[in-house]
Design a binder for this molecule. Structure first.
Ligand code: ADP
Ligand code: MG
Length: 703
């Protein structure tokens, strides 16, 4: 694109409106409204977003094997032309898309089970790059773990580094690459570097514009990695700034609140509990109480495996606040979970004559007013709710303790917002995802950490089994037998990264096949992340209340749902899940008295089989998390790319350990010099934080 650079740094194309980083992508040459809609799905709205749509990985010729050299059992990347293709209707419900790829040395069959819709996007004559394991199945067959359609006329790959971008339906990887190539030159120089010169110099980082050029159009793989490191640093630095600042605010000496030693209420709860607290629970409560009585504000993370009993620990903390005349709030990531907490905590506290209030977005106007009145009075109440707790209209007269459940589901800023309510309360974060201590430092600034490393006694272990495709019919017979015996079951499908739409199709197609086939006559519903929240909650409630027997779902059910009557968890394509995610899913069963089962169903490769049998052999979440971290890294531990706030798009706090250390040091130096980031040199940094973390700037308010 021809044009001239303006004095203010914006770009003027000849005879066209000037393009800035804020220009909606729809006005970029080659995009238009339809593609802009598809871009929206990828989170790309403006030209600036397009620049930051970075490759997930790279391919270069050095990674490609000749087709002739592939042997069963090998893992490899190939580049070949589609010479034939088609959909094979095989077993009940499962249709397989197959293509034959050919290069100069030979041909191989490539198969995509359960993805018949690919028939519409992959054409004869297209060049495909595919990576995966080869197995022997009527000849050699490759099932791609990852693949890219290069289209019918890719320029030679020879020696070139090829960035691979996240794509979506209507926007192929190839198209995205072409558009970025076309606009990179004019756009990159418009980028304002958010890092102050001093930080860049000290951390030895290249300018952002240069990094973007390298990331999108790297001459060599090493260049791509250097560019990527700069982007990763920015993410780590931003998160460190937020965390260090949140920490500094949180640790500021408290004005006015002095929690008293737990007294009659705590004693009454202990007496009323239907069980003994575990030693780990007692220890965590002691640590929390000590924090609450200390002159600084508490800023603590409570880690405990699924079912370790975090809720009751939180309730003890809430009682300390209430007994001292303060209010407490417990925030959960979904409405359903909030309701569930409200129900179980109400039962726990009933003998003490304490009735918690529920605060969610779907309260009626009258109920909302009543809640508002109670919270605005000085009544020492326990409020349980969703993010509605931190919304504008919710005011606490005397909030002394803020508890956040499943905290990784919330963004840094949202957590901080609850902490900023009322009198800047003590903060207790809870998570079921265990993290090694070293990593907790990078992820959570430096929170104090309590760990529940012990399970309440008397749990029946969950039977976990890995079953091949050939056992499919028997698995579903088992499900229907359990349903006939009055139990309930979940059947979970993975998120397929290629496209959110194809994910939907996979789950939807399977749902239809199941309802027409093995689950005929069973009350079954479909649940996925694209349903509106209210509808999703409605389905979950029906399941909880026993009006449904089986839920066919994507991972939306993963968080904290407690349906004791559910005894079977079937996971399809288990190899696509991280072990920690599987562990969370498994934690949805085994919550009642009945024996529960977790069945991982599918033909998995050798590597996956090893991982899955490790998973089947233990119910220890810490061991599973450690294995997961070693095998797959951070992103998968939290599944954050799939839901919630994508705190890290480029960085990987586990692998980028060195970079994270530099980022933390730089954040500390920056904040020491300018705690509120109000110096002119930090204007671009403020802008970046504001853009990335929306409400984060409240942390840096000066007045
Ligand atoms: P999580 O840590 O996953 O949030 P919960 O707090 O929901 O776990 O507790 C899971 C179940 O264990 C609940 O039904 C709770 O009543 C029960 N529970 C908690 N502590 C104990 C204990 N010390 N002994 C027996 N059961 C317990
Ligand atoms: Mg919980």
């Amino acid at each position: 694109m021809g044009g001239t650079r303006r004095r203010d740094g914006t770009w003027k194309s000849d005879g066209q409106p000037r393009i800035t980083l804020e220009t909606p992508v729809t006005y970029l040459k080659g995009v238009g409204p339809a593609r802009a809609t598809a871009f929206e799905r990828l989170g790309v709205r403006t030209a600036g977003d397009l620049l930051l749509h970075v490759p997930t990985r790279y391919e270069d010729a050095s990674t490609i094997r000749t087709i002739a050299s592939l042997e069963p059992g090998m893992d490899g990347t190939i580049l070949g032309k589609v010479i034939s293709k088609g959909v094979l209707p095989t077993r009940k419900g499962l249709r397989i898309f197959q293509a034959v790829l050919k290069d100069a040395t030979g041909m191989i069959e490539v198969a995509w089970p359960g993805q018949p819709f690919l028939d519409r996007t992959i054409e004869k004559g297209d060049m495909l790059l595919a990576a995966g394991t080869v197995r022997f199945y009527h000849g050699r067959q490759l099932t791609p773990r990852e693949w890219v359609n290069l289209g019918d006329n890719p320029e030679g790959l020879g020696g070139r580094v090829l960035p691979v971008y996240p794509a979506t339906e209507g926007l192929s990887f190839k198209l995205i690459r072409g558009l970025i190539e076309q606009h990179l030159g004019p756009l990159a120089p418009l980028v304002k570097d958010p890092l102050p010169e001093s930080v860049r110099a000290e951390a030895g980082l290249m300018p952002l514009a240069e990094a973007l050029m390298l990331v999108h159009a790297p001459p060599t793989m090493a260049d791509a990695m250097r560019g990527r490191d700069r982007l990763a640093f920015d993410e780590l630095f931003a998160v460190q700034l937020l965390q260090r600042r949140a920490r500094a605010l949180a640790k500021a000496p408290r004005t006015g609140i002095a929690f008293r030693k737990p007294g009659a209420l705590a004693k009454a709860l202990k007496a009323a509990l239907p069980y003994e607290l575990t030693a780990a629970q007692k220890r965590a409560i002691r640590e929390i109480v000590a924090d609450m009585m200390a002159p600084e504000k508490m800023h603590r993370l409570l880690q405990g495996d699924v079912g370790a009993g975090k809720t009751v620990v939180a309730v003890f903390a809430a009682l300390v606040a209430i007994e001292s005349g303060y209010q407490a709030a417990l925030m959960a990531p979904t409405e359903l979970l909030a309701e569930q907490h409200h129900r179980s905590v109400s039962a726990l506290l009933a003998p003490l004559g304490i009735a918690p209030v529920l605060v969610t977005g779907s309260l009626g106007a009258a109920a909302r007013r009543e809640v508002a009145t109670r919270l605005a009075s000085v009544e020492p109440v326990l409020a349980i709710g969703t993010h509605a707790l931190v919304q504008e209209g919710t005011r606490f007269a005397k909030l002394g303790l803020a508890i956040v459940d499943e905290q990784h589901r919330f963004g840094v800023a949202q957590r901080a917002e609850l902490g900023a309510k009322g009198d800047a309360p003590d903060v207790l974060l809870m998570t079921a995802t265990p993290i090694p201590r070293s990593l907790a430092l990078t992820l959570h600034g430096d929170l104090d950490v309590s760990v529940l490393d012990e399970r309440p006694p008397g749990r029946t272990p969950i039977t976990t089994a890995v079953r091949p495709e050939s056992a499919r019919a028997r698995v579903f017979e088992f499900v229907t037998r359990q349903v006939a015996a009055g139990r309930q079951a979940y059947i979970v499908y993975p998120v397929i990264e290629q496209s959110a739409r194809s994910e939907l199709k996979a789950a939807t197609a399977m749902f239809e096949a199941l309802v027409a086939g093995p689950l005929q006559g069973v009350r079954t519903a479909l649940l996925h992340g694209r349903l509106p929240g209210a509808e999703r909650d409605q389905v979950m409630r029906a399941f909880r209340d026993g009006q449904l027997d089986v839920l066919v779902a994507t991972t939306v059910i993963e968080v904290g749902i407690d349906v004791p009557n559910a005894t079977v968890m079937v996971v399809e394509h288990p190899e696509r899940f991280g072990l920690s995610q599987l562990h969370q899913l498994r934690g949805r069963v085994g919550r009642g008295a009945e024996q529960s089962y977790c069945i991982l169903l599918g033909d998995v490769g050798e590597g996956a089989a090893g991982r899955l049998s490790l998973f089947a052999a233990t119910e220890d979440g810490f061991r599973i998390a450690e294995a997961d971290l070693q095998l797959r890294g951070m992103g998968d531990l939290f599944g954050e790319r799939q839901h919630g706030v994508p705190t890290y798009r480029v960085a990987d706090p586990l692998r980028d350990f060195e970079l994270a250390k530099r980022a933390r040091a730089a954040a500390d130096r920056t904040l020491a010099a300018d705690p509120t980031l109000s110096q002119p040199a930090h204007a671009a940094l403020r802008a970046m934080l504001g853009a990335r973390y929306e409400t984060a700037l409240t942390l840096f308010r000066t007045g």
